[in-house]
Write a protein that binds this ligand. Structure first.
Ligand code: ADP
Ligand code: MG
Length: 810
């Protein structure tokens, strides 16, 4: 058992403006615990908490200032936790801080650069690396990803659901068993055999989370996300399994609102926006107070899920993320205060070991077999499952002669075979029963019957019956266990079959065809499996989601999307990443070729060595001199060359593996960025469509077209000269469908239609919002317009109507 208080760390987010100095200072001189001092600017100090206090000092295990790299954060905070998880203890790392202070950046990582990857991908990398190194145990890794919003849990990884809103995701509920263990119903667990598979799951979950977020639910700010790595390990042949869980938690923004009408006392009166953070605080207060017997875990889902992490069987670490700008001072102080409380909580982590019933059955079966074998040796008889006909016949003969034998000392000798003993008893019982029935019908004599019984046999019979009973019980237990296991296996099979259905999207490997399949003699061929394993289903499900959306788009919309994409702020990142990806691909390809070369060289060298060896031996024989005791110079040289080449191969192979992880990560970042882009485009499109319907259509559509959101200043300027072009394009693409229908209504019934195709649309047909219906409406309007125009053209010879829109599309 390891007793430990929750470790607290602080991380200060880089400030945008540099002149924010003087707000805080970090004191690391103190040998034991470093401290963070937050200094209140004078203007803020007035009317704030307590006028006399101008600075606050908080102690942390370590404080990471603005320039701390993700790598440093991982090494110092996450790695020790990952190590204890590998040793079999539960671990939790949670980030706490106001929105925008860097929780997601710290836990998951930035969306742009590979170097910005956060604790989750780095921990996965580390764990899988360690698992590969340790061949003394058999490990299994599962991943789950839970989002808690508004006291409801959602499974971010269920592959059966194409989520477009939070409600589409399967709801997860908390169940508590009689032993007060928490179970999460509906939260799917996915086995991840490699780092790549686990990474894909992370990105799948993040993408689901992003897609489910709306301006209304503000999920990224208001929800908690718990990414869990479930690790189990056992030694080969042992039935004892160790389970450890690592929760990596990105909490909701900790910002609070002040109670209105209360001046001054802002900090003490401030209330969480997020109710479950309030309950988290309650739990933490309860835990940090001595002699509190009741801890209100049950009040909220999050505290139930994290029950072990808070004051329980877990090694827990908190990262307080701080955005130390002037306007955030009060939130930063709250965060630090919270951390100080957390630091008082004591946890007791124990090794979670249990006997795996499946393994137990296997072991018992093995034991039975061994006993049978032993028995066969002792009795000198090979045993089959059932007694043979001949054996049965022989037994019956024995019983008959035993019964007929008048000698009171006579014995029924059937040996030590329990089956034979059982059979004798059954046979005797049957005989007895038959006799009883016979007696009953022919006035039986009790005395005689009693005389037949031998008290000694009775005792033996009872003993054997007890043994029989025990065996029956054992068999029942085993059968039950087997049933349970079978069910589990079926469930797992079901899950995996669902997973497999996602696999349909194949993905071309980013690696050159000359993939390094290590020569068999090299000791690291196992690792090639990791390289060769094809992309997991989860990534393809990400891609599927993306393309699925594209397929529904009309041509015009696709075109609009292309332009939207071009002008989007993220496109720079996507482009950058594309370039980096290209470089990495090229590098991987070159490396792949070098590896192949090295491999053939290794082959050649080996052949040369063998040849040389054979030559030497042959020479020895033909000249009749013994094989030289001095080592052959040339062979030595060849051998050292071989070693050198093997080393080179190994280095390149390791590099290729690292490259693969990086490429995978970059691809996932890009996929995610693309999905995000798509989502924003859909939102923009919908908004434009409604605003066009609401606004008076007398205004030219170009007047409504707002610049694309998220366009950076520079990009906006860049796109200015194009404004004319974009007007045309906007007119062309925007779903302003209805001029014709309405123009028809507008033309008074008296006025003949053929004379009055209006110059300008006057109103529009409302769209339904359902894409299929809307495109049908548009198609109808278009067709109608074409016909009308053709008629009008015939009559007025004005073929060129006022609606370039339709021509452009037809
Ligand atoms: P939170 O999850 O706490 O709301 P985020 O992690 O989303 O905050 O951070 C807000 C923004 O600040 C993001 O754009 C993120 O990339 C950036 N950011 C946060 N921390 C850092 C850091 N240490 N270095 C660089 N950028 C950061
Ligand atoms: Mg966040």
């Amino acid at each position: 058992m390891v007793k430990q208080t929750i470790q607290i760390f602080a991380r200060v987010k880089p400030t945008v403006r540099k002149q924010q100095q003087g707000i805080y200072s970090i004191d690391e001189d103190e040998k034991l615990t470093p401290s963070l001092e937050i200094i209140l600017p004078r203007d803020l100090a007035d009317g704030f908490v307590n006028n006399k206090r101008e600075s606050y000092r908080f102690k942390f295990q370590r404080i990471f200032d603005q320039d701390a790299k993700q790598e440093t954060i991982f090494e110092n905070i996450a790695k020790p936790v990952a190590e204890s998880v590998l040793a079999g203890y539960n671990g939790t790392i949670f980030a706490y801080g106001q929105t925008g202070s860097g929780k997601t950046f710290t836990i998951t990582g930035g969306a742009e650069r590979y170097s910005d990857r956060g604790i989750i991908p780095r921990t996965l990398s580390y764990i899988f690396e360690q698992l590969q190194k340790d061949s003394s145990k058999i490990y299994t890794t599962h991943i789950s990803y839970l989002e808690i919003y508004n006291e409801c849990g959602y499974d971010l990884l269920d592959p059966r659901h194409e989520a477009s809103s939070l409600e589409d995701l399967p709801k997860v509920t908390v169940l508590e068993d009689p032993d007060q263990n928490i179970h999460l119903k509906n939260l799917s667990l996915h086995q991840a055999a490699t780092e790549e598979e686990a990474l894909n799951l992370l990105f799948l979950g993040d993408t689901n989370r992003m897609i489910a977020e709306t301006p209304m639910n503000q999920a990224s700010t208001r929800s908690h996300c718990i990414f869990t790595i479930h690790l189990s390990s056992k030694e080969p042949g042992s039935a004892t399994v160790r389970h450890a869980k690592l929760h990596l938690v990105d909490l909701a923004g900790s910002e609070r609102v002040a109670k209105t009408g209360v001046g001054g006392q802002l900090l003490t009166e401030a209330k969480y926006i997020n109710l479950s953070l309030h309950y988290l605080e309650q739990v933490i207060i309860a835990l940090s107070e001595k002699h509190r017997s009741h801890i209100p875990y049950r009040n909220s889902m999050m505290t139930s899920v994290l029950r072990d992490s808070l004051g329980g069987n877990c090694m827990t670490t908190m990262i307080a993320t701080l955005s130390l700008e002037k306007r955030n001072i009060d939130e930063s102080i709250s965060t630090c205060r919270f951390a100080q409380r957390v630091a008082l909580i004591k946890n007791e982590a124990v090794l979670n070991e249990e006997i795996d019933p499946k393994l137990m059955i296997i072991r018992l079966q093995k034991e039975i077999q061994e006993l049978k074998d032993e028995l066969a040796i002792v009795t000198g008889e090979q045993r089959t499952e059932a007694l043979t006909e001949a054996e049965l016949l022989q037994l019956e003969k024995l019983i008959t002669s035993f019964l007929e034998d008048q000698d009171p000392e006579s014995k029924l000798e059937v040996g030590t075979d329990m089956r034979k003993i059982h059979h004798c008893f059954h046979y005797l019982k049957k005989l007895l029963n038959d006799k009883k029935i016979h007696r009953q019908s022919t006035a039986p004599s009790e005395n005689k019957d009693q005389n037949c019984r031998e008290p000694l046999k009775e005792e033996e019979y009872k003993k054997l019956r007890d043994i029989l009973q025990q065996r029956d019980n054992e068999i029942n237990i085993l059968v039950n266990m087997l049933k349970k296991e079978k069910k589990k296996a079926q469930d797992a099979l079901h899950l995996s079959s669902v997973d497999r259905s996602q696999l349909s999207h194949g993905q071309s490997s980013p690696f050159p065809p000359g993939n390094p399949d290590g020569p068999k003699t090299l000791p690291f061929s196992a690792s090639t499996q990791a390289l060769d394993s094809s992309t997991s289903p989860y990534r393809s499900s990400l891609l599927h989601r993306k393309t699925g959306m594209r397929e529904e788009m009309s041509l015009g919309r696709q075109e609009a999307f292309e332009i939207f994409k071009r002008d989007h702020a993220d496109s720079v990142t996507i482009e950058d990443n594309k370039q980096i990806l290209k470089q990495r691909f090229a590098e991987a390809k070159a490396l792949g070729e070098s590896i192949n070369e090295a491999r053939s060289k290794i082959g050649r060298l080996k052949e040369e060595i063998t040849q040389r060896h054979v030559q030497q031996v042959a020479l020895g024989i033909s000249e009749n001199i013994p094989v030289p005791s001095m080592p052959d110079q040339l062979e030595e040289k060849l051998r050292s060359q071989l070693e050198e080449e093997k080393r080179r191969y190994k280095t390149m192979f390791a590099r290729l593996k690292a490259l693969k992880v990086e490429i995978e990560h970059l691809q996932l970042l890009m996929d995610k960025a693309k999905v995000k882009l798509q989502k924003e485009f859909e939102a923009w499109w919908a908004k434009e469509a409604t605003s066009l319907q609401v606004n008076s259509p007398a205004v030219t559509p170009s007047n409504h077209v707002k610049p694309f959101p998220q366009m950076s200043e520079a990009q906006h300027e860049r796109s200015q000269p194009l404004s004319n072009k974009s007007d045309v394009y906007a007119r062309k693409i925007l779903p302003s469908p209805g001029p014709l229908l309405h123009s028809q209504e507008q033309s008074s019934p008296g006025a003949p239609m053929e004379n009055s195709i209006p110059e300008r649309p006057v109103s529009s047909v409302p769209l339904t919002g359902d894409s299929q219906t809307d495109s049908d409406i548009l198609a109808f309007i278009k067709a109608r317009h074409n016909i009308l125009q053709r008629t009008a053209g015939l009559r007025c010879s004005t073929r060129d109507g006022p609606f370039p829109l339709w021509h452009a599309e037809s």
